[in-house]
Design a protein around this ligand. Structure first.
Ligand code: GLA
Length: 386
């Protein structure tokens, strides 16, 4: 939808022009999966698609939430902004209002809000983080709160914890807030320091393959992984005082891993420690222009997420292993939380058509679902468009 179309949709919905239009992107993570809540680093990029938010002050005492992607319209008085509702998309923007209120900020104006997003829902490309961050960005602007982008990301993350009940890390909201065109974000999730690394791929594209098997982040499996990592830390603490698994090098982990008596927690920890190292190596490889090494690390990341972290499943495994067979594929792995969603692949330009045809056919034959493919454009973080 164009900006003009969005503005017209606002007029159709509310009968008056919008005061402002904001945007926040989805993200694709190149490598560093399930490391963020373990104090490790991640390497995501913001995408050119994302979530748009249009609003106007309505002169009343309520917030009206409406989305072109959803049927449900909800209007809430100021006294209803701090409590999650029962299973609705509105919990994402509402959770952000609640975080502003928690920080002592008073909502004095009513707003009419219209949302539209082009991040495929449930694809693991952070449609929910984009919605949280665009709301945080818009409120920050409207209320003059001057929070920096990192705080806006943290507000989004807290909204996810308290209103969607997913104990996520900071990666998705951070990428949506701080993304930069044609760069990946090397973020240390412990210190929140980050570096933008130019993504110069010379003849290679980032291809996203959507399994169309929705990722089930709210299914509890994500929170279970978080808890398993905490158990590993607790058992490791009997011999070494660490706060996060990411503090251990692979060699240090090998020396003490036997104290993790819980077999599952041990596997989860092994993934995290290995993934942290792979992410460091991948950043160095990208800076050196060594895409071959980068691709190998992506493949190894998928294998570890499949065997040790157990967050892939048949759809993602099929998509990745079919990709590995194609000439011109430099690397391919699941991206995001897992349990469905998308893979991300580095593919030579001349192999893109073959990839889409062959991987698409094999996936559809084996899994029985028609997949979808997008060439990723790396875009900027949240902004005000008008
Ligand atoms: C989801 C979470 C992120 C991160 C990834 C896995 O996208 O929201 O915080 O943990 O899964 O890397």
């Amino acid at each position: 939808m164009t900006l003009q179309e969005l503005k017209s949709a606002f007029v159709s919905a509310y009968g008056k022009e919008a005061d402002a239009v904001y945007f926040a992107p989805g993200r694709v993570n190149l490598i560093g999966e399930h490391t963020d809540y373990n104090g490790g680093s991640v390497f995501p990029c913001a995408l050119s698609f994302g979530t748009y938010l249009l609003l106007r002050k309505n002169g009343g005492n309520s917030i009206k939430f409406r989305s072109l992607n959803q049927t449900e319209v909800i209007e809430l008085g100021f006294d209803k902004l701090s409590t999650p509702l029962n299973k609705t998309w509105v919990n994402y923007p509402l959770g952000v209002f609640a975080q502003f209120i928690k920080r002592g900020i008073e909502i004095k104006d009513g707003y009419d809000i219209l949302i539209w997003g082009d991040v495929p829902n449930g694809a693991g490309l952070s449609s929910s983080a984009a919605l949280e961050v665009v709301t945080a960005y818009a409120l920050n602007d409207q209320l003059g709160t001057n929070f920096n982008r990192t705080i806006l990301a943290q507000i989004g993350q807290k909204a996810e914890h308290e209103f969607a009940f997913v104990n996520c890390g900071i990666m998705d909201q951070f990428a949506s807030a701080n993304g930069a065109k044609d760069s990946a974000i090397h973020l240390n999730c412990d210190t929140l320091q980050f570096e933008l690394v130019p993504v110069k791929l010379k003849g290679v594209k980032i291809l996203i393959s959507n399994t169309h098997s929705p990722h089930k982040l709210d299914s509890g499996a994500y929170n279970q992984r978080v808890a398993e990592c905490q158990l590993a830390v607790k058992q490791l603490n009997t011999v070494r005082p660490i706060k996060y698994l990411a503090e251990l090098t692979e060699a240090e982990f090998k020396n003490i891993e036997s104290v993790i008596t819980d077999v599952t927690a041990h596997k989860r920890a092994r993934h995290v420690v290995g993934e942290v190292q792979r992410t460091k190596d991948a950043v160095i490889a990208l800076k050196a222009g060594d895409l071959t090494l980068f691709g190998k690390l992506m493949n190894a990341s998928h294998v570890s997420l499949r065997d040790d972290y157990e967050v892939t499943g048949p759809e993602l495994d099929c998509m990745a292993s079919e990709a590995w067979k194609i000439d011109g594929v430099i690397g391919s792995r699941m991206t995001g939380g897992g349990f469905g969603g998308c893979t991300v692949s580095l593919v030579k330009e001349e192999a893109i058509d073959t990839f889409i045809k062959e991987v698409g056919t094999a996936y559809q034959t084996k899994i029985g679902i028609k997949p979808e493919f997008y060439i990723a454009e790396i875009g900027d973080g949240a902004c005000k468009l008008a």
